[in-house]
Design a protein around this ligand. Structure first.
Ligand code: PA5
Length: 441
């Protein structure tokens, strides 16, 4: 279960402010449930949880099984909502250091077959920027490995992804006898260049992104589910975690997801217009990057919204910690914390205690993290930074599914409180048209 702790934010709010906002919160929540708000034709991300498609989950699992058997690397090409969700969940739920053996290809491994068929493939990402250096190094590193590609683009026309796909396809043709059998596309049901390419090349598999699900809300569609399943993560538990959060939040107009939206709204009205999502477990940093897109693209329009940024503590306490404590006072902070310590690593005692650390001997690194979190939340509140904490059960598929839905629902309600359409992103087109002009499109 996901919950919100507001003890370090209450004193920053006027008495009764949250209670006074209740009717507006309920109205926004109802508009999400009943599809009566702005952009409500893009609420398909809820529908797919209200009526789960188990056959699709099974189909994705079957494809992932083949990838786990045949691929050393699954290369996912996509940008924005077409990669941030998968990357977030995979980072959160797989080991820091890959268990994959680093040994070179055996001369007995037939060309194009996995060197390590019993391990999930390494999932890598590209197509999310325009760096030629990155692509060149990536492809050189992939040389000799059994590579499969999942190109993910709802429009099928996003330049960063499309260009990377062009380069990667040419490389695949040089590397493999039947490159199309190694390519999976995830795109619109009929529109866009990826569909045309599929028609011409007959790729191994196509998954459809539903019309009514926008990129940043698509992690629970094949956009996120296929790479996540390929990485060896239990997508059934992950998906049904989101289903249970959807049921729970939909039935409770006082749920913490709504309190989170309300609190941020009240703080924004008091000129706290920057929100830092802070994690102490580095594995959660990419959940922060996913959250950043979800909130930034959904709220940041019509000259409103909190600017979302991500901090990884305690590392960043030694860089932006000074600013957080004593810089401009327009900041609020949201800590994202698992209730369960992901690893119980004890600190050993030494006989001589030369480093003077025996005072923590016998505690775990998790105990130290907890002290760092408690201390930071208190110190930042003392320094004028209202902060809240979102607690979730553990770094496991079901709680991560719950957490992602918590944020999706919160941002929809938040958009309606701000009176914007949370499901479009008209501003993103501006840099594209300037760029296309310069490329003589
Ligand atoms: O949230 C969104 O809709 C965007 O971030 C898109 O996901 C991103 O621009 C990529 O678009 P596409 O999937 O069409 O390539």
């Amino acid at each position: 279960m996901v919950s919100l702790d507001t003890q370090h934010a209450q004193s920053f709010l006027d008495d009764g402010a949250l209670a006074d906002l209740k009717p507006q919160i309920e109205e926004a929540h109802e508009a999400v449930l009943n599809k009566t708000g702005k952009g409500s034709h893009m609420l398909g991300w809820r529908d797919l949880l209200l009526d789960p498609d188990d056959a699709l989950l099974q189909d994705i699992e079957a494809t992932a099984h083949r990838l786990r058997r045949d691929a050393d690397v699954l290369l996912c090409l996509g940008i924005g909502g077409s990669y941030l969700g998968a990357r977030a969940v995979i980072s959160a739920l797989t080991p820091y250091l890959s268990a994959r053996q680093p040994d070179p290809p055996s001369p007995d491994t037939p060309e194009g077959q996995s060197m390590h068929p019993s391990q999930p493939p390494e999932v890598r990402f590209a197509g999310h920027h325009t760096s030629g250096a990155y692509l060149r190094e990536l492809l050189s590193d992939l040389d000799g490995k059994s590579v499969f590609v999942n190109v993910i683009s709802k429009s099928g026309t996003t330049l960063e992804t499309a260009l990377s796909f062009r380069v990667v396809r040419a490389w695949m043709h040089d590397q493999f006898d039947a490159p199309s059998d190694r390519i999976i596309i995830t795109t619109d049901k009929e529109q866009g260049a990826l569909n045309a390419l599929h028609e011409a090349n007959d790729f191994y598999k196509k998954y459809v992104i539903p019309d009514d699900v926008g990129g940043r809300f698509s992690v629970l569609t094949p956009v996120g589910l296929l790479p996540i399943a390929a990485a060896g993560i239990d997508i059934h538990s992950f998906f049904y975690g989101a289903v249970s959060a959807c049921e729970e939040i939909s039935a409770d107009a006082e749920h913490d997801a709504l309190r989170y939206a309300a609190l941020r709204y009240l703080l924004l009205n008091d000129d706290y217009d920057v929100e830092a999502l802070a994690v102490f477990e580095p594995k959660l940093r990419n959940i922060g990057r996913w959250w950043q897109q979800l909130f930034g693209e959904s709220e940041g329009k019509e000259h409103t919204g909190l600017f979302p940024t991500v901090a990884q503590y305690t590392t960043d306490l030694h860089s932006i910690g000074q600013y957080m404590q004593q810089g401009q006072r327009n900041l609020m902070e949201t800590f994202l914390m698992p209730k369960k310590d992901p690893a119980s690593l004890s600190i050993p005692e030494t006989e001589d205690d030369v480093d003077g650390l025996n005072y923590v001997a016998g505690k775990t690194m998790g105990d130290v993290t907890r002290a760092a979190y408690d201390g930071t939340a208190q110190a930042h509140a003392n320094g004028g930074v209202p902060n809240v904490t979102i607690w979730f059960d553990a770094l496991a598929p079901q709680p991560i599914g719950e957490l992602l839905y918590f944020f999706e629902h919160a941002v929809a309600v938040s958009g309606y409180l701000l009176d914007v359409n949370p499901f479009n992103q008209p501003g993103v087109e501006d840099y594209k048209s300037e760029m296309y002009d310069r490329l003589d499109r």
